[in-house]
Ligand binder design. Structure first.
Ligand SMILES: [Zn+2]
Length: 440
């Protein structure tokens, strides 16, 4: 790589998992001359090329690119201890060849979020447009501007927009509100629970864009749990994601909404997930196959996954018990298959690997085979716990994968417990590497 470099701007996005970086950071800061190396995963998303940093490992000495394959895509992370190197020189220091792609990250020894980043490829050097630090606080560098463009430029509509946001901004605080207004969120499962979760989070976060996924149609049996839907929607068997998107649009015409009338296991939905950058993906689905598919897609795209589920049962004495589980999974840390172990994992894996539109394995259960029914107030309760779990993660009060369980037995107050989530060592999903290490 030439020292007389020209540095070009680009539309590239760099994605770094905070947990992956921080795993080695202490040792790296104490070891002048050492480096981290890892693989790069390329993804073409709507905004351009995304380079995902994976499998970072500590190296005692500056890595030598001669040891890598001629077509290697690698990342090298160094600390600029005495401010004596420039990021643009890192490829030369590592002896990277013109056929190799090297993502160079130079960290400031004091401010760990201050980093200089460049991509050296084919004898040219370019700067990424933005860097995503995926983890607690969910940071984008450079930070998005504080004031997104309102949906209408007229003074009147700007005033209305400001007035509308004033209560949410007051509730969240300016810092959190500024951050949440730039989020792009996906909601998988738009039935009674999922639509409630979407409406709560859209109202609480004021996000920039929302994508809804559901292939199911509204039925009369759904109307109590979906107050935004009408008898006409049920009669016409209109798609749940479309009905939800239209209700959101009526309330928030400035919100960018995309309704996807497909199951998350359908190729159309998978294609969208694989080609988009979401800040978070929420699931409130009635089957574990959809949950598992979402979990897998979040893992391969380094996206935060938050799942919510409820279960209502009656015991032999007719007493009602209600249970809600709200789980936040950091990508690469753990997954829905193992935290805790999924009861019907084998069946869900079978359904996930079966050809599209093939028959489901086993008997088709009636809607009330494992649950008594649905109660809207309990869905709303579970959704508010889930929304708050995400807010705590966004503000950095929760730092790791997290699980909140609510048990609410008839005649009692709800009992809440919480714990961090840890992956099972033998999980076939999150303990298996997503891409081969192409460095050697
Ligand atoms: Zn797992």
């Amino acid at each position: 790589m030439s020292n007389a470099e020209i540095i070009l701007p680009s539309s590239d996005t760099i994605i770094i998992l905070r947990s992956e970086l921080e795993r080695h950071l202490g040792r790296l800061l104490l070891s002048p001359g050492a480096a981290l190396t890892g693989s790069l995963q390329r993804r073409h998303v709507t905004s351009g090329l995304e380079l995902l940093v994976t499998q970072l490992e500590f190296e005692d000495v500056v890595p030598n690119a001669d040891a890598w394959s001629l077509l290697a895509d690698r990342v090298v992370v160094m600390v600029n201890h005495d401010q004596h190197i420039r990021c643009e020189e890192m490829a030369t220091i590592c002896h990277a060849g013109p056929s190799q792609t090297l993502l160079c990250i130079l960290l400031d020894p004091v401010d760990r979020e201050r980093m200089d980043v460049c991509i050296c490829e084919r004898s040219s050097i370019r700067r990424p447009a933005r860097i995503g630090l995926i983890g607690p606080e969910l940071k984008w560098l450079p930070e998005p501007s504080a004031a997104p463009v309102p949906f209408d430029e007229t003074t009147q509509s700007r005033k209305r927009d400001d007035l509308r946001q004033s209560r949410t901004r007051g509730g969240l605080g300016a810092t959190e509100h500024d951050r949440s207004r730039h989020l792009s969120i996906a909601f998988i499962g738009n039935g009674g629970g999922g639509s409630e979760l979407t409406r709560q989070l859209v109202a609480t976060l004021d996000p920039a864009s929302v994508t809804t996924f559901d292939n199911d149609a509204v039925g009369y049996e759904n109307l109590n749990a979906m107050p935004h839907a009408s008898w006409r929607d049920a009669k016409a068997r209109r798609n749940k994601s479309t009905v939800l998107a239209q209700a959101l649009n009526r309330n928030q015409p400035g919100l960018k909404i995309r309704a996807v009338p497909f199951s998350i296991t359908a190729s159309e939905a998978i294609h969208i997930m694989e080609n988009s950058r979401f800040d978070a993906v929420f699931t409130f689905a009635d089957n574990n196959t959809a949950r598992l598919a979402a979990s897998w897609l979040c893992r391969t795209t380094a996206t935060i996954h938050i799942d919510c589920g409820t279960l209502i049962r009656h015991d032999n004495n007719g007493h009602r018990s209600m249970r809600a589980d709200c789980r936040l999974f950091e990508p690469s840390q753990t997954c829905i298959g193992c935290s805790p172990p999924m009861e019907d994992l084998r069946d869900a894996l079978y359904d996930l690997s079966a050809p599209e539109h093939s028959l489901k394995k086993g008997r088709i259960n009636r809607w009330n085979a494992t649950r008594a029914g649905t109660l809207h107030h309990f869905n709303a309760f579970a959704c508010s716990l889930t929304a708050n779990l995400f807010l705590d993660y966004l503000s950095g009060h929760i730092q790791r994968s997290h699980w909140i369980r609510a048990l609410w037995n008839q005649g009692h107050l709800p009992e809440l417990t919480e714990t961090s989530l840890v992956a099972s060592d033998d999980c076939p999903f999150c303990r298996r590497k997503t891409s081969p290490n192409n460095s050697q």
